[in-house]
Design a protein around this ligand. Structure first.
Ligand code: FES
Length: 171
């Protein structure tokens, strides 16, 4: 696979800055991982190795922390991470229909969570703490309440439209 040297350099630059902002302090490993995950949307293996070296820690220890917390992901995620709540209230109000709609529209399934173009990741999550709005779906930071399957399709269409217009603008 062809890599883009400038892109890789830029990505490592971000990690270097995050580590420096945290004073190269191994006690701040969790906040460092959180910031890195925000920047990359996941924790790439080569970055975890780099963090371990920079903090003078065993790589296994950094992996141990990264895999212990459910919040961290070692798998690449799409630009839009769609979380469908499957807590009790949302389940009762039909959250599985939302999951089915998203998966079938995006060609995903219980094993494949991210589209090949790295645009969408769909995840079922436990209670998001907004049960009064069930069924609830979150796209990156944006919360959608009382979502129907039709609304789900509209939300995907809105995102695609936005992405297409940005592509045209940048062409
Ligand atoms: S069960 Fe879905 S927000 Fe609580």
């Amino acid at each position: 696979m062809k890599t883009e040297p400038n892109k890789n350099l830029r990505q490592f630059q971000q990690v270097i800055e995050i580590i420096e902002r945290n004073n190269n302090d191994k006690a701040r490993l969790i906040p460092i991982l959180q910031e890195v995950q925000e920047a990359y949307r996941y924790l790439p293996p080569q970055v975890l190795t780099y963090i371990a070296t920079a903090l003078n820690m065993p790589v296994a220890e950094v992996y141990g922390v990264a895999t212990f917390y459910a919040h961290f992901s070692l798998e690449a995620k799409g630009k839009y991470v769609i979380k469908v709540c499957d807590g009790t209230a949302c389940h009762v109000k039909g959250s599985s229909r939302l999951l089915d709609t998203l998966n079938s529209t995006l060609g995903l399934n219980a094993k494949k969570h991210t589209t090949d173009d790295m645009m969408f990741t769909v995840e079922a999550v436990s209670c998001l703490g907004a049960c009064g709005l069930a069924p609830v779906m979150v796209v990156n930071e944006q919360v959608y309440g009382e979502v129907s399957a039709k609304r789900c399709e509209q939300i995907l269409a809105e995102i695609r439209e936005k992405e297409n217009s940005e592509t045209v603008e940048n062409a």
